[in-house]
Design a binder for this molecule. Structure first.
Ligand code: ATP
Ligand code: MG
Length: 151
């Protein structure tokens, strides 16, 4: 079923607004276009985006921000979740998509989760013939990006 990823993203962001506000994290959405139609499994893509935003908010201290950006290209859409949080150590970056991976046990102790979210997200994006990758923010924080073909 085709759906509009901008409308879709607004809906997902809305689910997290109260939690972000309670944590004093600024949660925003930026899109290059007001409507971007794609053919994909909406429920699966919701699982991906939900996990990325959940992770970003969970690892961002107060007064930080989480921003979702959407860019439309000819045949693909690119979405990034950019946070100003604690970041992922360089040496851990290669392992974040492995099942049960949790960065530095001491650091993330008590911070929710089973460590499956990103492994599942990777599987979902792969099954759509898309890309999912992570990089460290220039000064701080983390950027998760995924690219999905429009068809
Ligand atoms: P689950 O998603 O299964 O509930 P989880 O959030 O711990 O549990 P993943 O979503 O796979 O699992 O994330 C794996 C680990 O990667 C996290 O536990 C955390 O250590 C690290 N991580 C993920 N996203 C971020 C982020 N935005 N900033 C800092 N660390 C992150
Ligand atoms: Mg998670």
């Amino acid at each position: 079923e085709p759906f509009d990823v901008v409308k879709f993203s607004n809906r997902i962001i809305n689910k997290f607004l109260q939690r972000a506000k309670d944590q004093q994290v600024d949660l925003t959405l930026e899109s290059t276009k007001s409507e971007i139609m794609i053919e994909a499994d909406e429920d699966r893509i919701e699982q991906v985006l939900t996990n990325l935003i959940d992770n970003a908010i969970r690892h961002t201290p107060e007064n930080g921000s989480v921003k979702l950006t959407i860019q439309s290209f000819e045949d693909a859409v690119e979405m990034s979740v950019i946070d100003t949080g604690i970041g992922i150590p360089e040496e851990d970056i290669p392992f974040v998509f492995e099942r049960f991976y949790k960065a530095d046990k001491a650091r993330t102790r008590g911070k929710g989760g089973t460590g499956l979210g990103l492994a599942i997200a990777k599987n979902i994006v792969d099954s759509h013939e898309g890309l999912l990758y992570v990089k460290r923010g220039k000064e701080r924080g983390t950027i998760f990006t995924f690219v999905l073909p429009k068809k």
